[in-house]
Design a protein around this ligand. Structure first.
Ligand code: AGP
Length: 608
């Protein structure tokens, strides 16, 4: 999950590349590098660590060249250090490449190239590409790249420049996202639009097997058999301001506070109050086709998988349709039983997660109908599924997903309304759900009002070594999500559990040192979780509980509580998760962690 930026034009390329990499740093941030063609030579700068380290090493007078490539890395092959950082070059320093993905036959290619005298400097799989292209280069970089890629197995988002052609930038894609951004007398390549939106909003999304050749005034795309491919130019529907921190200390807190607007955008134009249902034009299925569906499989990774779990509960309880949730990384290799009456829904914020993409491709191959619930417009999953729903949460930069989660849950509620009203839900039930959805943004604002209280709580939790999150029903997935948030940004070991499961083992962990966070709104299983809270209280646990306004029993048992407004059971996760997002955020800040770019993580996982 690296970030790639490339430029060919009339302006000094280096500063443009560095600005672009800054906007992609959330994709990978363990090392970075830059290659610029200057007077027929390649000038390369690379550095382990954050982009700022590289910036501090660049020549003060800057590079003058107008053709360049940049890369910010999330290491897969070869430790994050100066030598393994990209760009990589061939033995003579005439070809430079940056790569996002994995070259699976790198070892064989390395052996073949070494026999031909190529000298390797790094431990990476990527370096073989520079040597291979150089070996195959005669008089056309485009041809050499295409020929090299015919010999490569694996995945790539690739950028290539050469001293032989000082205006030509070549890009290629197989499995990892890459787009072209078209300017006036200049053109860019980038892993996503955030890197280039300040220069142009006209983009072309590359598809698998395509090679693009860009010069300052032109570009064309071919497939690996050199057949020309015509593509549509899309316009990015958001601007630079949306990807700025806007005065907030971190993107994560900015995105947590954006949830009322984000949820409103997810519902915009989709609620039909009178009919008590939802309009989801993008799913592109008629009522008849939806009624033919006899089973729903939801597949995803990480936070999106937690949202999928809530979708399973909604679809079964309210739409009365059998539903199951699958880890995408397991589903894709498990010979899944799906057919034309199965609806496979892939949830993904980035729309680029390799396992989720592969799971959807597998389902499609086996005849299932596929839907995507996705945030990133124009992403690969969005372009490959049969239909789908954009959640319109706006760009999510913080690696820890927050607003995308609540918007995914709202989108699943809309889908449940659409499917449910065709099956088991009455118009009255539908209207009640529509009303509850309309109240959500204001109710979320109310819960965000507890931020200061939770910030104070963070003091006591910042020293914790472990934490246990408990929930039942719709809020069991919220307990999992709360634990994941705390784990990924504060590095405190945390586990989420169905509260009733405690008795079957984890309760052995409980003592006065173990913080227990109970997600316990007053829903259909409230009375059950009261007894679970009593069980952990009896073992002297320190309890923080999320409860519904006016609740008393758990409030009297817990050490601290935060209240959420009353809503219908299936929507409580949208409110109950917010105190857990805030707790994780404030604890991570207290512990001095890098909240937006936690160690070892990346925003979208584009390799399996
Ligand atoms: C969540 O905070 C993490 N960033 C991670 O678990 C993420 O949810 C997972 O990688 C799935 O990403 P996606 O929604 O972009 O597919």
């Amino acid at each position: 999950m690296c970030g790639i930026v490339g430029y060919t034009g009339h302006r000094a390329a280096a500063p443009l590349i560095m600005d672009g990499l800054k906007r992609l740093e959330y994709r990978g941030y363990d090392s970075a590098g830059l290659a610029v063609v200057v007077d027929g030579r390649l000038e390369i700068d690379k550095a382990a660590g954050k982009l700022a380290v590289l910036a501090s090493r660049l020549p003060t007078d800057g590079h003058t060249g107008t053709l360049a490539l940049g890369h910010t890395r999330w290491a897969t092959h070869g430790a994050p250090n100066d030598v393994n950082a990209h760009p990589h070059t061939d033995t003579d320093g005439t070809i430079a490449v940056v790569h996002n993905g994995i070259i699976e036959n790198a070892a064989a290619l390395r052996a073949w190239l070494s026999e031909r005298g190529c000298r390797f400097r790094s431990e990476t799989d990527t370096e073989v590409l520079a040597h291979l292209i150089s070996e195959l280069y005669t008089d056309s970089l485009e041809a050499a790249v295409a020929e090299a890629l015919r010999r490569v197995e694996g995945t790539y988002g690739l950028g290539v420049i050469s001293t032989h052609e000082p205006n030509t930038l070549v890009a290629a894609r197989l499995g990892s996202p890459l787009l072209l951004a078209l300017g006036d007398g200049e053109n860019f390549i980038a892993s996503d639009a955030a890197a280039v939106v300040e220069h142009t909003r006209s983009v072309v999304y590359l598809d698998d097997g395509e090679v693009a050749v860009l010069t300052p005034d032109n570009y064309h795309i071919v497939d690996l058999d050199k057949t020309r491919v015509e593509k549509t130019v899309s316009v990015v529907d958001w601007d630079l301001e949306t990807i700025e921190r806007g005065g907030h200390a971190h993107f994560m807190i900015k995105e947590i506070l954006e949830q009322p607007e984000a949820i409103t955008n997810t519902m915009r134009g989709r609620l039909l109050e009178e009919e008590g249902t939802a309009r989801l034009g993008g799913i592109d299925m008629t009522d008849e086709q939806l009624l033919e569906i006899d089973r729903v499989v939801l597949t995803a990774c990480g936070t999106s998988w937690h949202a999928a779990l809530i979708g399973e509960y909604m679809l079964e309880e309210l739409a009365r349709i059998p539903a199951e949730v699958e880890y995408a990384s397991e589903f894709r290799y498990r010979e899944p039983l799906v057919d034309s009456r199965t609806l496979v829904i892939g949830l993904s914020q980035s729309g680029e997660t390799a396992d989720t993409l592969a799971a959807l491709r597998e389902a499609k191959k086996r005849g299932a109908r596929t839907l995507g619930i996705v945030n990133s417009v124009g992403s690969t999953i969005a372009r490959e599924v049969d239909g789908g729903t954009y959640i319109h949460a706006g760009p999510e930069i913080g690696v820890a997903s927050t607003k995308a989660f609540t918007c995914q849950v709202v989108a699943l509620a809309l889908l449940t309304l659409r499917l449910g009203r065709l099956r088991a839900m009455s118009v009255l039930q539908g209207r009640k759900m529509v009303k509850a959805l309309r109240r959500l943004p204001q109710q979320v604002r109310q819960v965000l009002g507890h931020s200061k209280e939770i910030e104070k709580l963070a003091d006591t939790y910042a020293l914790a070594q472990n934490a246990l999150f408990l929930g039942r029903g719709y809020n069991f997935p919220v307990a999992l999500e709360g634990a994941l948030k705390l784990k990924e940004i504060s590095y405190i070991h945390a586990e989420g559990y169905p509260a009733a499961e405690m008795k079957h083992g984890p309760i052995a962990l409980i003592d006065e040192m173990m913080p227990v966070i109970c997600v316990a709104p007053s829903d259909a299983v409230y009375q059950k979780i009261v007894s679970n809270v009593q069980e952990v209280k009896a073992r002297h646990a320190r309890i923080f509980a999320v409860v519904t306004e006016g609740e008393e029993e758990i409030t009297s048992l817990a050490d601290q509580t935060v209240t959420i407004p009353k809503t219908i059971d299936c929507l409580t996760p949208v409110l109950s998760v917010i105190p857990l997002q805030l707790l994780a955020y404030h604890v991570a800040v207290r512990r001095g962690c890098d909240v937006d770019q936690p160690r070892n993580l990346a925003k979208s996982v584009t390799v399996e």
